[in-house]
Design a protein around this ligand. Structure first.
Ligand code: ZN
Length: 303
């Protein structure tokens, strides 16, 4: 199981089975739901336990299967299942099931799975075992349906402050350079590169002019708060959020262009590309009476 987790983790961060590349975000966080700041990947060790816990539930519910009858006859022999301890000389898998039963014991009480006609689901077992974490405030912006997946991923890493900017590379000893590649005037940190740099401010200015809004202090919180306040309608807000994540992706691409090809793309051109990319995404929104007004507002931006 641990090897499977390692392969999944390596594939996520490097696209390979074996890698020395460090993970940007802890695996435990990656396995949280998107609304809690993760990528919604199942933590397979816990999922496996929740699957095995279903055997414990089958025994509790006295399901009429050959296997339940068999373990009752061979092992449990009429004893109370919740107090039951496996004998030393039993098989490995039976010990495992009994172990998992102990781990999920409280869950059976708290979620009422012991009740007659109450269905235990693996999903419910998994959610109970993982527990709930604090909600991540940017989830609705980053994971909105109009966003392109690769933009979502970079946006997620930025908002979690985990993207490998030069200040972090410097900290882990990979690079000695610290200066921003786009303006060469300050250290390259996430706050600088995406919100304070002359380059990113120029892109934000284009956006504000286009939407006829003002964003004075751009930072991780303010930018989204402003959109929530100034833009009316869910579709319009999602559309603007999609533009912002495309801008973030565009900045990261420009920075990488500067790093690898020693050329910084012209902001005006980048902005035109961002606008065009998102124009086609609007056409994917369903034409309904409810959506018409909001779609019309977006279309007027392109006239
Ligand atoms: Zn800069």
């Amino acid at each position: 199981m641990k090897s499977i987790v390692t392969i999944c983790r390596n594939y996520l961060w490097d696209g390979r089975v074996i890698t020395n590349k460090p993970s940007l975000v802890a695996w435990d966080t990656v396995c949280r739901p998107k609304k809690e700041g993760g990528l919604g990947i199942h933590e397979c060790i816990v999922w496996n336990e929740a699957t095995i816990a279903k055997y414990a539930w089958n025994i509790e519910q006295k399901c009429d299967t050959l296997w339940v009858r068999w373990v009752n006859h061979v092992y449990i022999k009429g004893k109370d299942w919740w107090q039951y301890k496996p004998p030393q000389d039993c098989t490995w898998y039976w010990k495992k099931i009994c172990d998992i039963k102990e781990k999920f014991k409280d869950g059976f009480e708290q979620r009422g799975w012991k009740a007659k006609n109450k269905q235990y689901t693996i999903k419910d077992g998994y959610n109970w075992r993982r527990g709930e974490a604090i909600k991540w405030p940017y989830a609705r912006w980053i994971w909105n349906r109009l966003n392109v997946p690769k933009h979502c991923f970079i946006g997620w890493a930025i908002m979690k402050k985990r993207l490998l900017t030069r200040d972090r590379l410097n900290l882990i000893g990979v690079s000695q350079e610290k200066t921003c590649l786009l303006c060469e005037r300050a250290d390259e940190t996430i706050q600088h590169l995406f919100f304070e740099c002359k380059y990113s401010r120029r892109l934000l200015e284009y956006l504000c002019k286009w939407l006829k809004i003002k964003i004075n202090n751009a930072d991780q919180n303010n930018i989204w708060r402003k959109i929530g306040r100034c833009i009316k309608g869910r579709i319009c807000r999602n559309f603007v959020a999609s533009i912002i994540t495309t801008i973030m992706y565009g900045i990261w691409r420009a920075r990488n262009e500067a790093l690898w090809n020693k050329a910084v793309p012209i902001p005006e051109k980048v902005w035109q590309g961002i606008k065009e990319d998102n124009k086609y995404r609007v056409q994917e929104i369903k034409d309904s009476r409810k959506n018409r007004k909001e779609k019309e507002w977006i279309n007027t931006l392109y006239r």
